[in-house]
Design a protein around this ligand. Sequence first.
Ligand code: PAF
Length: 283
Amino acid sequence: MRVVHTLAELRSHLNAFSRPALVPTMGNLHEGHLALVRQAKPLGDVTVASIFVNRLQFAPHEDFDRYPRTLEADCAQLQAAGCDVVFAPSEAELYPEPQGYKVSPPADLANLLEGHFRPGFFTGVCTVVLKLFHMVQPSAAVFGKKDYQQLIVVKRMVSQLALPIEIHGGETLRAADGLALSSRNGYLSPSERTQAVQLNQALQNMAHSINTLQLTPGDLPALEANATQQLTQLGWQVDYLTVRQRADLQPPPPSETQSSAGNWVVLAAARLGKTRLIDNIEL
Ligand code: PAF
């Protein structure tokens, strides 16, 4: 496995290949990322993982400075997972001058859910992802479904900008108790870690109610309010806990019936102490 830090090294190494498969990451890798690398391997003739903590997608009060940088351990894990090339540019390499040109995704998709609570987040994501796409020139890229909205935003960017890249979603990996694997789980105290599973349980309960009670869109606001109240009583600060259509993340229209529930996804973001966690399940 080659570890390269500059665009020149990356280009010269990738010259020998025609179909790179890319897994973009911010490092501090866990099994979930490695599963994406394994998924990427058969999609191209060389597997590239990028590691870059992208300042553009962090608001000033967020965890950019304390986001763990663990390059050596990340590379060891990537090598074991069969990755061929790690692209780990410095900030000066990726942003040699202030990034004035940015990719601004459409408000109807990017200003809701995560985008509502983290204004500018998806502009930062799309800008760095497009830049990584230009640098690596992959024919396929894999993004985790845990960041569900990010996956949809990137898919739409690729489609609207006619980029010749296949975007694949990777299933969320979970700890034995159901907590979705995330780099941010490391911020949880031992007691918060025990409690953290409640977020996934709330999603499971909502999905179970929708399926067993045959709920329709008209029933969803009450279901969401009830689940939010229960999590809040357990000590969570809930940003959202909501049922949306998978394709565009809009609320299912009232005209839909229970038979369309297979196209829905239940999404949540909530804070436990100082740690903000997100999760989702497709119905
Ligand atoms: O999901 C992430 O880790 C990041 O948002 C990404 C896609 C690597 C862009 O910085």
